[in-house]
Design a protein around this ligand. Structure first.
Ligand SMILES: Nc1ncnc2c1ncn2[C@@H]1O[C@H](COP(=O)(O)OP(=O)(O)OP(=O)(O)O)[C@@H](O)[C@H]1O
Ligand SMILES: [Mg+2]
Length: 237
């Protein structure tokens, strides 16, 4: 059975002020997929994520989510439609506790239900242990789990994850990858993942787009992901 397209971009262009970054980008992600976007530093991966969630405007082209054009919608409206965004560098509120950060994630829905909280803590038990701790005092890996938990509490249909492995110990990277794959299998949540960490890409992605200079220049299937030489070439700095 072929699943519905959940997210597509068509000729997407976006950038900063007068500086174009995305130069007519086309991609397509189906419901329930885990798709990685890879590429060297500065090719526009985070710019793509920011334009998908609506933090920077599309200057041309379209973004279709669940069959509707969303490129003109503000970020909070896209979030309300079920798009969850975990930014590069995590951006948890350092002075708020874990519990308070999770509460912020549930605000849009009018609060966090016990069921939603327990569901998130089921995926990330460390957040229960650290519930009353200030987020800024936790390790990078713990903060990353909190950033994902804060998005999960709102029950997104699509999660945009920007370099979740950055600055995190390898064993925690593997934990997070496994948890995200479990979540995807259990709930069918679609995941678009920006990454440069080969281990995380292999552990999570079913296929992968290669981004260079604001355009998709290659697509890799699962078999190609296993080709170490090709992967290193696409990721080489
Ligand atoms: N806020 C900004 N204002 C102006 N230019 C920016 C801004 N953010 C990024 N850029 C530039 O846009 C280009 C793409 O940046 P982007 O952050 O999308 O790259 P990236 O692929 O995510 O890189 P990295 O792997 O380092 O995270 C780069 O040339 C970068 O310097
Ligand atoms: Mg980036």
């Amino acid at each position: 059975m072929r699943k519905e397209v959940m997210l597509a971009t068509l000729g997407l262009r976006a950038g900063y002020g007068g500086k174009p970054v995305l130069q007519g980008l086309d991609l397509e992600v189906r419901e329930g997929e885990i798709v990685a976007v890879i590429g060297r530093n500065g090719v526009g991966k985070s710019t793509l994520m920011k334009s998908l969630i609506g933090l920077i405007p599309a200057t041309e082209g379209s973004i279709v989510y669940k069959g509707a054009a969303v490129e003109r919608l503000a970020a909070h409206r896209r979030a309300r439609l079920g798009v969850g965004y975990v930014p590069q560098g995590r951006d948890v509120f350092p002075r708020l506790t874990v519990g308070e950060n999770i509460a912020v994630g549930g605000m849009r829905a009018g609060g966090v239900s016990v069921a939603d909280r327990e569901r998130v803590l089921g995926y990330f038990p460390i957040l229960r242990e650290r519930w009353n701790q200030r987020a800024g005092t936790m390790s990078g890996g713990q903060q990353q789990q909190l950033a994902i938990g804060r998005v999960l509490v709102a029950n997104p249909s699509l999660i945009l994850l920007d370099e979740p492995s950055e600055g995190i110990q390898p064993n925690i990277v593997q934990d997070i990858a496994r948890i995200m794959v479990d979540l995807n299998r259990a709930t069918g949540t679609t995941i678009v993942l920006v990454e440069q960490n080969i281990d995380m890409i292999r552990a999570m992605a079913q296929r992968c787009y290669v981004l260079d200079k604001g355009r998709i220049v290659a697509q890799l299937d699962r078999a190609a992901l296993a080709d170490g030489e090709a992967m290193r070439r696409h990721l080489a700095v």
